[in-house]
Design a protein around this ligand. Structure first.
Ligand SMILES: O=C(O)CCC(=O)C(=O)O
Ligand SMILES: [Fe+2]
Length: 318
């Protein structure tokens, strides 16, 4: 059904702007804009041209294609002790979707461990490009997190969050759906991350739900990323940040495969995620008890967690 009001436009932040340095007025005003975007929509678009055209091409054309062409007995070796960190595919109600997860993707060891499973004979170019991509996107992530903390006046413990962050690089693929019933290639969900950064090839499809339940179709300008809040960030923010519901829809008349790269951040087990006192006031009384990120994901992996409409509250609400 159509909506009577036009869907809002998402914030676009130009991270290529030289003026976007701590101490400048541009920095200060952009910090505020980012905070409002996280609070109002839970996401925004980042223009960031650090991925060269060659890297972009080889990530989508070489790396993604090589990975998804592997035989199933190799793909299923991509497992993890952590829920939702490994291979996803062959799911009857998601016939057009497949994904891999590479944990500790900003370290050569993390990438190598994954590559050794998929290509025991070695695949140096896959490793180099994946590592380069993850490091570039992690830099963007760190900047965004710093800006969000700063806009709330929380500067002192930001570094401890960044030091405790691990990065899961996911390669995602969506085939063209065959019928109208399967045009939703990924169902509505929220991310269980701290933050998620998405990068796609030229095939769009991501839609994000607003607070007033309208769907926005995301346009990715050239060299852009979508930065999105996960459930753990919502917990950290004392429920100020929105964790947006999003889904992927593809045109049944389309002919091209959609590839996405996602950098998903998580906090290590020794890091307690705790609402900072700066985020508690009369209007925002404390909503969540301190928690460990992996425990939140494990909770989601239970029947009660998967049914929850309000994950952080059901997991650690006060
Ligand atoms: O492919 C996309 O654009 C979205 C992927 C996504 O939402 C996810 O993997 O959590
Ligand atoms: Fe998602």
């Amino acid at each position: 059904m159509g909506s009577l009001t036009t869907p809002p436009k998402l914030l676009v932040v130009d991270f290529n702007n030289e003026e976007l340095r701590p101490g400048t007025t541009t920095w200060e005003s952009t910090c505020k804009e980012i905070r409002h975007a996280f609070e109002n929509h839970g996401c925004f678009i980042a223009l960031y041209d650090k991925i060269s055209p060659q890297l972009q091409k080889s990530i989508f054309q070489d790396n993604s294609q090589q990975l998804f062409e592997l035989p199933l007995d190799k793909k299923i070796l991509n497992i993890s002790e952590k829920p939702y960190h490994g291979y996803v595919g062959q799911i009857s109600f998601l016939p057009n979707h497949e994904a891999f997860g590479i944990d500790y993707a900003t370290t050569s060891q993390g990438i190598q461990t994954f590559s050794n499973l998929m290509w025991p004979q070695g695949n140096d170019s896959f490793c180099e490009r994946s590592l380069m991509f993850s490091k570039i996107v992690a830099e963007l992530d760190n900047k965004v997190v710093r800006m969000l903390f700063e806009s709330y006046g929380i500067v002192k413990n930001c570094e401890s969050y960044l030091e405790s962050t691990t990065y899961l690089l996911r390669y995602l693929k969506y085939n063209t759906p065959k019928t109208k019933e399967t045009s939703m290639v990924f169902p509505p969900h929220t991310d269980k991350t701290f933050t998620t950064i998405l990068y796609q090839n030229h095939i769009s499809g991501l839609e994000v739900q607003t607070r007033d339940l309208q769907w926005i179709t995301l346009e990715f300008p050239p060299s852009s990323f979508v930065v999105m809040a996960g459930e753990a960030l919502r917990g950290w923010s004392n429920d100020r940040v929105l964790t947006p519901i999003h889904k992927v829809i593809m045109d049944i008349n389309g002919s091209e495969t959609r590839y996405t790269m996602g950098l998903f951040t998580f906090l290590k087990d020794d890091k307690i995620i705790e609402v900072a006192e700066e985020l508690i006031d009369e209007e925002h009384p404390l909503k969540f008890k301190p928690f460990v990120h992996l425990d939140l994901i494990k909770f989601f992996d239970t029947q009660r967690g998967r049914r929850s409409q309000n994950l952080v509250e059901d997991f650690c609400g006060v």
